[in-house]
Design a protein around this ligand. Structure first.
Ligand code: 3AM
Length: 176
């Protein structure tokens, strides 16, 4: 059997937005609120695939390469806390239709290939802090990071020496 890899489809954030966000996070949340996600790891998950082998990964990449969708603008202007999963997140107040379409398509292709998909509705978010299980005081919604999404990617989640990093396996442009 081929080696299994932990994979997900997602969108990475532009460097400029990442830097702005981590500075804002440091200024906004008191130390100890949770474990900050490294700047390089800030991303928006579109579809989680789990641990899968090379054959299934290639089949899903072929399907992804056939997606034809226009680029869209994503504005991160909302924040929230999910105490059960211990996640503090940033997300859009209004999700662009293109984002929902892309996630829906990737999630249904993943499900048809046997990658279990959560029955929870897709809630687009960028995880900022993990292990935040105590009540969190959320900031006023006076922030906004808009950026153009012109590509999406398949990422491998690699855990080594106590750290997780996400490495891009392949990426596709959004263009019609
Ligand atoms: O940081 P976010 O929330 O975007 O939580 C994991 C992370 O998402 C999620 O996949 C992303 C990359 O690891 N993830 C991990 N295990 C998962 C699972 N079993 C999962 N999502 C759904 N089901």
């Amino acid at each position: 059997m081929s080696e299994q890899k932990k994979l997900f489809f997602g969108i990475s954030l532009p460097e400029e937005s990442r830097q702005g966000i981590i500075q804002w996070r440091a200024d906004t949340f008191v130390a100890g609120t949770g474990r900050p996600v490294a700047a390089a790891n800030l991303h928006l998950t579109l579809a989680f695939l789990g641990e899968i082998g090379e054959e299934k990964s290639r089949a899903l990449q072929r399907l992804a390469s056939r997606i034809r969708q226009a680029p869209f603008t994503l504005t991160l202007d909302d924040a929230g806390h999910w105490p059960r999963s211990g996640v503090v997140w940033l997300g859009p107040r209004r999700s662009p239709r293109g984002l929902l379409q892309l996630a829906e398509l990737l999630r249904s292709q993943a499900a048809r290939s046997g990658c279990h998909q959560s029955t929870m509705p897709f809630h687009p978010h960028v995880t900022l802090l993990r292990q935040a299980t105590q009540p969190v005081s959320l900031p006023p919604r006076n922030f906004s990071w808009p950026f153009r999404v012109e590509r999406f990617a398949l990422f491998q989640s690699i855990y080594a020496q106590g750290r997780t990093r996400y490495s891009e396996v392949a990426a596709w442009p959004l263009s019609q």
